[in-house]
Design a protein around this ligand. Structure first.
Ligand code: FAD
Length: 378
């Protein structure tokens, strides 16, 4: 008899399962996708969209249409509790959805205390749509006065945001004072050559980089630094590291320290074998993985196959993560930094390469005429 597969979150690791959901339906199963938005915004191109290199339509997948066109059900909503023994998902509006097999790809968010997150001028860099909404606010305000833009966090995302804020202001023909508070050190976990390249691109643009200090949002337009000083800002982008949503912990699961769903090499929960997961929200028990889209993308075919096999009672496949991965940073204005092991270089070729890789991923899963749609930021 047919079973019910529920995909929670239309993230990067669910792309193949969504695009090929006809495979499940062909075998007689039902498929439901639950997501708060009909769109999934591709993080790799988010900073580029901030600087207007890309339009919102260029960087998103219409996941609702993707699954509906293939016979699945799309439910717009957010899962707030999992009753794993009962195999029931509870949505924010109170709706309850039962499942036989469920897969979670609900990503991660910026750990920001509620008070700071509620501020209109504070923009957590996840979800990625925040970058697009933040850009609109900047464009409105830049018409009135020269802006003070603050970026909190000196990791790859913070560097990309600072670089693309500069590029946005160049495009607008407006001035801004851009400050990046990097924590201990800019790109601390990256090879020194990448850090040197990033500094050689950002500093000549007039971007101020503060190292050896951390900052916290103290008021609507003010951050306080660990050295006791204050920084005023018009907009602050917060990129201080990501954590999985509290859903698994709130549902009484035994989670990893960061709240992630522990999964075995089959991307399957040990405690509840009918539960699978991929992307930033899981804790890969064999070897904790960096929270980068590269792994989510690589999990796609395994997750698709294992969900099908779980429904059909067939053996599962192992996900074997690569030891290292290619990272290309987009620093705005067509300039990037390419890094894979000892091959590191900066400049236009690095951005060209990133644009080409990202474009290929978009072409593969933009199956619903996304580029011809109106902007509609939802
Ligand atoms: C600015 C920035 C740039 C980045 N650039 C790169 C890059 O170039 N390369 C790279 O490899 N990585 C990059 N990353 C990291 C990358 O964003 C993440 O690793 C990637 O987004 C993980 O994908 P995901 O599918 O797990 O999560 P997400 O992309 O966050 O998708 C999760 C989805 O689940 C939905 N969801 C959340 N909660 C629920 C719920 N309770 N119920 C239902 N649905 C839910 C969300 O709405 C969302 O659609 C970047 C990150 C940032 C912040």
């Amino acid at each position: 008899m047919g079973k019910h597969l529920v995909l929670v979150g239309g993230g990067h690791a669910h792309m193949t399962a969504m695009a090929k959901c006809g495979d499940f339906i062909y075998k007689g199963h039902r498929v439901t996708l639950i997501s708060p938005s009909p769109y999934q915004y591709y993080s790799g191109m988010g900073p580029g969209a901030l600087s207007q290199t890309y339009r919102p339509q260029d960087i998103r997948f219409h996941v609702a249409k993707m699954v509906q066109d293939r016979g699945a059900v799309f439910t717009r909503g957010q899962v707030v509790r999992i009753d794993a023994p009962g195999r029931v998902l509870e949505l924010a509006g109170g709706e309850r959805i039962t499942y036989d097999v469920v897969s979670f790809n609900i990503g991660s968010g910026i750990a920001l205390h509620e008070e700071a997150a509620a501020k209109n001028h504070v923009i957590p860099v996840k979800p990625i749509i925040n970058l697009l909404k933040g850009q609109k606010k900047i464009i409105r305000e830049a018409g009135h006065h020269s802006l003070k833009l603050l970026v909190l966090g000196g990791g790859p995302a913070g560097v990309e945001i600072a670089g693309n804020l500069w590029a946005l202001m160049q495009n607008l023909g407006k001035t801004a004072e851009i400050t990046l508070v990097a924590g201990a050190q800019l790109l601390r976990k990256m090879p020194p050559k990448i850090r040197t390249l990033a500094l050689s691109i950002l500093l000549p643009r007039g971007i101020r980089i503060l190292e050896g200090v951390h900052a916290q949002i103290a008021a609507e337009n003010r951050a306080v630094l660990t050295d006791g000083s204050h920084l005023e800002f018009d907009f602050a982008f917060v990129s201080t590291g990501v954590v999985p949503p509290p859903l698994f912990r709130d549902s009484g699961f035994s989670t990893a320290a960061d709240g992630g769903l522990p999964v075995n090499p089959f991307l399957q929960s040990q405690a509840f074998p009918e539960i699978f997961g991929g992307g930033d929200c899981i804790h890969f028990q064999d070897r904790p993985l960096d929270k980068v889209g590269v792994f989510a993308v690589r999990q796609n075919p395994i997750l698709h196959q294992n969900l099908l096999n779980a429904l059909e009672g067939l053996p599962l496949q192992r996900f074997v993560p690569q030891k290292d991965y290619l990272l290309i940073l987009n620093l705005g204005a067509g300039v990037g930094i390419f890094g894979r092991q000892n091959l590191i270089f900066g400049g236009r070729p690095a951005f060209f390469f990133k644009n080409w890789i990202d474009g290929a991923f978009m072409r593969k899963f933009q199956l619903s005429g996304e580029r011809n749609e109106p902007e509609n930021l939802i």
